[in-house]
Every structure is written in C-alpha cells, then in structure tokens.
Design a protein around this ligand. Structure first.
Ligand code: URA
Length: 213
C-alpha cells in the first residue's frame, strides 16, 4: 500500500484553520473543499488518460483526455460528501457512486447502510473520499466492497490520518490483494484517543461540516 502525506505549507495552513474549534461550518466546508482539490492533484497523478488529436490555432497536436471507463469518485456518506465538489471540480467527467457507512461509536465497527454504485467496476480507477482515517474500519470495508465489485486501482483521499488507521490498512491490504491501494492524506496525526477520535484531529468531521443530528 502506498501512502502519500502532503507535507505542504499551504495544506498545513488550511488544515490548521480547519482544526481550530472556533471555525464555523460554512468556513469548515469551504476549507475542506479547497483541501480536497489540493490533495486530488496528488491523488490523480496516475489517473489513466488516452491520446486525443486536436488542432491548436497554430497547428495539430496530440494531447490526452481521461480514459474510459471513466474514474469513479466514491464519497463515503455522510462526511465524504463535504469532499465531493472539490474532487469533481478537478475531474468533472468522472462518475460518482455513493457508499453510506456508519461506525458504531461503542464497538467502532463500520457497517454499510446505503450503496449506489455500478455493479461491475472492472477496469475502474476509484477515488474514495473520507475525511478521517481513524481506526481504518470504514475505509477498509469500503475498499473491500469496491474490490469485490472488480475495481482495479483504489486511492483513498483523507484530510487527516491516524497511524493506527494506516497500520490497519496495511494489515488489510499488503500482500492480500493484487489491487493497488493508495492513501493520500493532508497530515498524519499523533494517535487515536479512547473514543476512536484522531488526536489532535479536528473533532467529528460530519458534525463540523453539517451540524449535529
Ligand atoms: N471520525 C471523525 O469524524 N473524527 C475522528 O477524529 C475520527 C473519526
């Protein structure tokens, strides 16, 4: 499994504002959106393209466009929705599928409550959006779901990750699947606390994006 930690001053600057408990929901949504676009730049480094012949005003040339089948962007509901627009802004012709997952706050186990995805993901590059890689339970379940449907290359984009989640992802995928799995994250934080929250983290990403329900 490949992990890329952004380590970029502009990303750290925006993450600091995002983490700050005084940041309100509208600002939090805007910052999350901006951060995804910056992270997506790295996450899509290996997105497949096909040659395309065009004419510039000066003459013919061969450029590229996104290959078929189109990449699939999969936000994990609910918090991943806050990352969708930032991602599709960068890849407007990508298709979007939805995976609703919830983690039990006591057992920290993830379960699926909604899916809206093509049945056959053969040959698809998938970009999973989940702001927080904490225990890894949700992301591992989501990635296994995509692998079972035939996805052949999966990149998870997370605003923050905990070392425990990265270790769980390695345990789940290293040497266990032929499907390349990557994580692109804004920062690798210190640890998880006893409630499964990332420290220092930013709190509950879904609540901070959309309020408490
Ligand atoms: N989910 C969140 O929203 N925040 C965390 O810190 C961990 C999981």
């Amino acid at each position: 499994m490949r992990i890329h930690v952004a380590n970029h001053p502009l990303i750290d600057h925006k993450l600091t504002a995002l983490r700050d408990e005084r940041t309100d929901s509208p600002t939090f949504r805007r910052l999350a959106d901006e951060l995804v676009t910056l992270l997506a730049y790295e996450a899509t480094r290996d997105v497949r393209v096909e040659p395309l012949s065009i004419r510039t005003p000066v003459g013919p040339t061969i450029g590229v466009h996104l290959a078929h089948p189109r990449p699939l962007v999969v936000p994990i509901l609910r918090a991943g929705l806050g990352m969708l627009e930032g991602m599709t802004r960068l890849m407007p012709t990508a298709e979007v599928g939805f995976l609703g997952m919830i983690r039990d706050e006591k057992t920290l186990q993830a379960s699926t409550y909604a899916t809206r995805l093509p049945d056959d993901l053969s040959g698809r590059q998938c970009y999973v959006l989940d702001p927080m890689l904490a225990t890894g339970g949700t992301l591992i379940a989501a990635i296994n779901f995509l692998i079972d449907r035939g996805a052949d290359d999966i990149t998870a984009i997370c605003l923050l990750a905990a070392p425990e989640g990265v270790a769980a992802m390695r345990e789940a995928f290293d040497g266990r699947t032929k499907v390349p799995v990557s994580i692109v994250t804004g920062a690798l934080d210190e640890r998880l606390n006893e409630h499964g929250y990332i420290v220092p983290g930013l709190g509950d990403a879904g609540d901070r994006l959309y309020g408490v329900v």
